[in-house]
Ligand binder design. Structure first.
Ligand SMILES: [Zn+2]
Length: 304
């Protein structure tokens, strides 16, 4: 396994090399982390890179609740008992208690065993010590000013962080080129919010942006535009499927998985269906489709 090192963006703003670009903002011998890795193992590799520079972790800001972003909280809270963990209210319960995400994907019923794993929820609980109000604001952590910007869409409480070097850490609001090519269907849970977030990102004038999956980019507006295009294409594909005939949620999910060649597993089906639901809710809000129950099936009907 390759050793993780700190990569400087500009000034005191860094990110870790490796599969996850964990954000690191340094001041004196202290650091604030933006997200924490997927589990104890990945967090300990980040900790080794920090240890090599004698840095102490003072705080973690979680961009959202997904386990690859907050699964390392437990490790850092054990290593640094005073570490503060910041997250938005809508993300907090999923970060703190691993039982919620699998239940959430199953309509809050007891979850299928295929969803009780580290791809769906952090494997160990952690404590969000500071809940961030969901608005653009400035946090003061140890006299350091850290800007928070709301970037909803991937999850309801997703945030971005802008350091004093004017570097934006955008979490999973945007993905790097390799994720874009590997995953034609991007995971967003609210499509209208996602499109507004892309608009917001396009107007931001930051020195650089760090994608958790993809590392540093300098062409933020262009990358946001590519994402917007992808979302609008997927919306058209789903609408055209419903236009041809009434379809149930499961059949629609099947057609989307076949269209995008998504490999079948309980996880991939569940995540695809969640995203399909998000597009359907948007199409219903736009008065393009009707949600009906027919012959015991939840179906989606095009409104002519
Ligand atoms: Zn995510």
């Amino acid at each position: 396994m390759l050793k993780i090192v700190l990569q400087q963006v500009v000034g005191n703003s860094y990110y870790t090399t490796g599969i996850f670009a964990v954000g690191v903002y340094r001041y004196e011998d202290k650091v604030i982390l933006i997200d924490s890795g997927s589990d104890e193992q990945s967090a300990s590799r980040v900790a080794d890179a920090l240890q090599a520079e004698n840095y102490i972790v003072r705080a973690i800001i979680n961009t959202h609740c997904h386990p690859d972003h907050c699964g390392g909280n437990y490790f850092f809270q054990k290593k640094y008992p005073d570490v503060r963990v910041f997250a938005a209210h809508d993300e907090k319960m999923f970060i703190e208690d691993p039982k919620w995400a699998p239940r959430c994907f199953c309509g809050n019923a007891a979850p299928f065993s295929g969803l009780k794993n580290k791809h769906i929820a952090p494997q160990k609980p952690s404590v969000v010590t500071d809940t961030i109000p969901y608005q653009d604001l400035t946090l003061i952590i140890d006299d350091q000013k850290i800007k928070i910007v709301t970037l909803p869409g991937h999850t309801p409480g997703s945030i971005g962080i802008i350091t004093q070097d004017n570097v934006l850490y955008s979490g999973d609001a945007l993905f790097g080129a390799s994720t874009l090519s590997k995953h034609p269907m991007l995971f967003y849970t609210d499509i209208a919010q996602t499109l507004s977030t892309f608009k917001k990102l396009k107007t931001m004038s930051v020195s650089a942006c760090v994608l958790y999956h993809g590392g540093m980019i300098e062409n933020l507006a262009e990358v946001a535009q590519v994402h917007e295009q992808r979302i609008l294409e997927t919306k058209d594909i789903i609408l055209s499927m419903v236009q041809s005939k009434e379809l149930s949620l499961d059949v629609l999910t099947q057609e989307v998985m076949q269209h995008y060649n998504i490999t079948g597993s309980v996880i991939s089906f569940t995540l695809t269906q969640t995203t399909v639901r998000a597009y359907l809710s948007m199409l219903e809000d736009e008065n393009l489709i009707q949600v009906i129950v027919q012959d015991g099936l939840l179906q989606f009907k095009y409104k002519k």
